[in-house]
Design a protein around this ligand. Sequence first.
Ligand SMILES: Cc1ncc(COP(=O)(O)OP(=O)(O)O)c(N)n1
Ligand SMILES: Cc1ncsc1CCOP(=O)(O)O
Ligand SMILES: [Mg+2]
Length: 370
Amino acid sequence: MADKNSGLARVSDLGTLQLQPALCRILDANLDRAREGLRIIEEWCRFGLQSSPLAQECKSMRQELASWHAPELRAARNTPGDPGTDLSHPQEEERSGIDSLLQANCCRVEEALRVLEEYGKLYHPDMGAVFKQMRYRVYTLESSLMAYRRRQLLDQSPLYLVTSENDKLFAVVEAALEGGLTLVQYRDKNTDDGERLRNAEQLREICHHYGALFIMNDRVDLALAVDADGVHLGQQDMPTAFARQLLGPQRLIGRSTTNPEEMQRAIAEGADYIGVGPVYETPTKPGKAPAGLAYVRYAAEHSSVPWFAIGGIDMHNLTDVLDCGAERVAVVRGIMEVEQPTLVTQYFLSQMNRIQTLKAVEQRNVQSNA
Ligand SMILES: Cc1ncc(COP(=O)(O)OP(=O)(O)O)c(N)n1
Ligand SMILES: Cc1ncsc1CCOP(=O)(O)O
Ligand SMILES: [Mg+2]
């Protein structure tokens, strides 16, 4: 700390002695603020994402902040005289979910680091550069967090609702989210872009409010414009490499596949998940030949990324599809056109959960008999 302490002398050199305690208080408060924010993020990395690299990155920044928190800075603290202690923003009282909590704390850390960067220059010659560099580390952490969170949520989503044009679009989607849905794709082939953008924004809001992922069908530009969690592309849509270039590493890219060759290509190109189907003939994709249950069995054996059986799946044939090894399904009419979307969503989820539990028990029995 010798070199860091020597910086304190520079404050006196400025000749603004009455400013010195204020400067120390600013640095003290923002070192605390940045460490607290990082601690909140670290807890999620550790217990929520179970990612030791991300938790370690938070810890390493906290430790670096602590090494700058010299006793003379702490000694300048004057909590009773600080008019800012009882100022809180309404959004602090109300967070809509983990995503908004993480985002708010990343912002809080970034702001604190910006303050440390600017005021720190008056305190120690190295402080500006150190905290500028740390701010960039937090930006990278924020991107990784979002990427991690999206992939984790995708992995944990057994049911995918693909929307259709519907007078009660928002109400149906919200009802399904009430039932526990965590993945929604906005699919709309006929509406003009202006209305599509407005619909997509509203759907994203609703999905994020419920902690669900929001994916845009077909259009990378609209996905970016509305800050969607990703895009779903068909065989005729933009190649994955271009989509990835535009969307960056943190957003999801899904690709439709109808046969093994398309599956292998989609995976090799870096799709985060794939659609597998149509399993059955469906009026939602008129004229499209079904790939059948044989392709579902192939996917169960060969897909190395999360995959969703899609096409003609409803409450009546769900177990046939699950019996062929599907662990995830995507539906349009199966939820968009039912009377009670919440109940149907719960039914889908409970069936899938039941089959997964049975499979896990069977596997455990096989292992214990081996
Ligand atoms: C999950 C999922 N799987 C497949 C599709 C079909 O996509 P695509 O082949 O591009 O056809 P359209 O949906 O654009 O008509 C999908 N949308 N979602
Ligand atoms: C979009 C899509 N891609 C393959 S099948 C399909 C439509 C599925 O719709 P439904 O669930 O109503 O049969
Ligand atoms: Mg498409």
